[in-house]
Design a protein around this ligand. Structure first.
Ligand SMILES: Nc1ncnc2c1ncn2[C@@H]1O[C@H](COP(=O)(O)OP(=O)(O)OP(=O)(O)O)[C@@H](O)[C@H]1O
Length: 641
């Protein structure tokens, strides 16, 4: 079937005819709802103008509404994409009528609502497919209501409770729909079993939220495509219904369910980390249907009456708020379009409704489910290996620490005796720079250690003064004295440098060196020191051979390490991104700085987004507080460019 360009989230508003009103209402001849001609698909109530994707007037026929709003979604279902249409609004505004879940409406074609038309369209489409192909899909339907925070099966002989708040929902009875009779039977049985009660506002008011789900199961697919038709009970002021006792309590539960769905949609549209699906049974059951991977249409039903103005405004504001879902969804869609297929696996759900986990990877018809049970193990071993190579495992860290301690214990000795005997200049400011460079290297190595304990330990990185060099150098004083000159040669030196000559360099350790007789250097003869560090290194007679080799080795090592570490860092980043996309809560917690709360938030965000595409997307999640993101990047050595 041709995939039309259909917005994933659509908000529509429908005004009820002015003639339909229950007892106790003040009838008005004129509707409070207007349709500004200058702005298509918008409604004006008082001074407020609301723009939506569709605005249906009171005269719109059931057929036109279906053709405009629902038929494209049926096409999507036939293309294999889950869809949900949800009717929201005040009691008595024609939600059940429009959704086709009111019993009396099945006889007359003119009054047929969304549900029977959908089922019929799906059956027609499949029979057409059957003519062309040999094998065709099967259609099933389940009908469930949420009454007083408990879910009931409506397709049984009596309505039986199947789950309550916080419990896992595994779906109700799925009746096969093969023809028009099956269809009518399901709708009749379901609507008859549903809880209804006359109220001041509606003679036939639904006292429960109803969810009719149509499943289309293709022979070669493990998972059926779902089309949810949700008819929410009407929002009502408990006083206006005129109910007391049990009926009043029903109203309280209805409003609780509506409030929770309101909270879910608002949280989703605001991009919150935690979506409160578990607040009510209704949202728990709809968790799988309202997500970033399915098409969603909200139909807000409003009353034309002046006495319902407050409720009408409330419904329109709710619909307006839900419009923000569109923006969120656009962002997700942009992300998922560029997403590699690797990331498109079904993701585990973290809250009440959980897909059954099948750990048997040999089950071919559960490809999706098994595929997310096996990769973490692979990721885990790769991750541990890479972390070890990066020096991040406890063993590697301990090794680095020992190495560092060993290096600190070995002072960098400068043997000046050789240089004096060969007439080679004594240590200068350049030498000091070399020493400083060595110290910086040591400090960098120490920084590796700090990866283990975080930035807290970074403060304990020793300063230059406590490094292992033999010299304590006053930098400020030296700055103005390059090149250093000396006028007389010492006969013997205590320590490693002629302290009397280079007063700014003080020996910290004392090594007695007998200086050989040296040619006198005239007072006016200025000896210029080689300025480049390399030149000094070449004349490294006054630096121990050990140090010289160390220097060259370090330099090459440094370059090699730099390239290696960037490669590893990239590899590690990829592995961690994959883990974030596929890991469960426990596996995510193995990453540094990911605790149970963050892991849960990541999984919720992942469910909302489908999956993470890049680090920028992960960085923008509202789960990082303060410097947590920077610390996460540093601790995991991520290459996020
Ligand atoms: N467009 C319409 N044309 C004709 N009749 C309508 C229309 N809309 C609603 N009705 C009638 O109005 C009455 C109330 O509608 P309905 O029960 O669908 O409202 P509701 O919003 O579902 O109310 P509640 O939330 O209390 O269940 C029904 O008898 C229905 O047949």
């Amino acid at each position: 079937m041709a995939a039309n360009k259909l917005s994933a989230v659509r908000i529509a508003v429908k005004e009820a005819p002015i003639t339909i009103c229950g007892s106790g209402r003040v009838r008005s001849d004129e509707s409070v709802v207007h349709y500004p001609p200058q702005c298509a698909n918008s409604v004006a109530v008082g001074d407020n103008v609301f723009c939506f994707d569709f605005a249906f007037g009171p005269t719109v026929s059931q057929r036109d509404l279906y053709n405009t709003l629902i038929q494209p979604m049926v096409d999507k279902v036939m293309d294999g994409i889950d869809c949900t249409v949800l009717a929201y609004g005040q009691t008595g505004t024609g939600k059940s009528y429009t959704m086709g879940l009111a019993y009396s409406d099945f006889c007359d074609e003119q009054h047929l609502g969304i549900a029977p038309r959908c089922l019929k369209a799906i059956l027609d489409s499949l029979s057409q497919e059957q003519e062309n192909r040999i094998v065709s899909a099967q259609v099933f339907a389940s009908f469930i209501e949420v009454y007083n925070e408990k879910a009931y099966e409506l397709l049984g002989r009596q309505s039986t409770q199947i789950c309550s708040r916080g419990q896992r929902f595994n779906g109700g009875i799925q009746m096969p729909i093969r023809n028009q009779d099956d269809l009518l039977n399901v709708l009749k049985v379901g609507t008859q079993n549903r809880h209804v009660r006359p109220t001041n506002m509606n003679q036939n008011s639904s006292r429960s939220h109803a969810i009719l789900t149509i499943y289309v199961l293709r022979p070669n697919c493990s998972k059926s495509v779902r089309f949810n038709i949700v008819d929410l009970a009407g929002s009502e002021g408990v006083r206006r219904t005129g109910h007391e006792g049990i009926a009043r309590q029903e109203g309280v539960y209805i409003n609780h369910g509506l409030l929770s769905i309101n909270k879910v949609l608002m949280s989703m549209s605001s991009g919150h980390a935690v979506i409160p699906y578990r607040d009510s049974t209704l949202t728990t059951m709809l968790q799988e249907s309202i997500n970033a991977r399915s098409y969603f249409t909200l139909l807000a039903c409003i009353s034309p009456h002046t006495c319902d103005l407050a409720e009408t405004n409330s419904t329109l504001h709710f619909a307006k708020g839900a419009k923000r879902l569109k923006q969120q969804h656009k962002r997700f869609a942009a992300a998922t379009n560029t997403m590699p297929t690797d990331f498109r696996r079904p993701l585990p759900s973290s809250t009440a409704i959980k897909r059954p986990r099948l750990y048997n990877s040999n089950t071919s018809n559960n490809r999706g489910l098994s595929s997310f049970s096996s990769p973490p193990k692979r990721f885990k071993s790769t991750l541990v290996r890479t972390r070890s190579e990066m020096g991040l495992t406890p063993k590697a860290k301990e090794h680095t620490r020992q190495e560092f301690i060993r290096m600190r214990q070995q002072p960098i000795l400068i043997d000046v005796s050789n240089s004096i005997s060969n007439g080679i200049p004594l240590p200068t400011y350049e030498d000091y720079l070399d020493l400083k460079m060595k110290n910086e290297q040591l400090q960098r190595q120490l920084h590796l250690l700090t990866l283990e304990q975080g930035l807290r330990q970074a403060s304990s990185v020793p300063s230059f003064e406590c490094s292992s060099t033999l010299y304590s150098i006053n930098e400020e004083e030296l700055e103005n004295k390059t090149p250093v000159m000396f006028t007389s040669s010492p006969t013997s030196v205590s320590g490693v440098a002629p302290i009397s000559i280079i007063s700014d360099i003080t020996a910290l350790d004392s090594t007695i060196v007998n200086a050989p007789v040296q040619e006198q250097i005239s007072a006016d003869e200025t000896i210029r020191r080689p300025t480049s560090r390399r030149a000094i290194a070449r004349k490294s007679n006054f630096i121990t051979s050990n140090d010289a080799s160390m220097q060259t080795r370090r330099r090459s090592q440094r370059i090699a390490m730099k390239t290696q570490s960037s490669q590893r860092s990239k590899e590690l980043s990829g592995n961690i991104l994959r883990l974030l996309n596929n890991g469960n809560e426990k596996e995510l917690q193995q990453l540094p700085l990911i605790g149970p709360k963050t892991a849960r938030s990541i999984i919720l965000q992942r469910q909302r987004l489908g999956s993470f595409v890049n680090w920028k997307q992960i960085q923008s999640l509202p789960i990082w507080h303060g410097s947590t993101w920077n610390r996460f990047v540093a601790h995991n050595c991520l290459d996020i460019d």
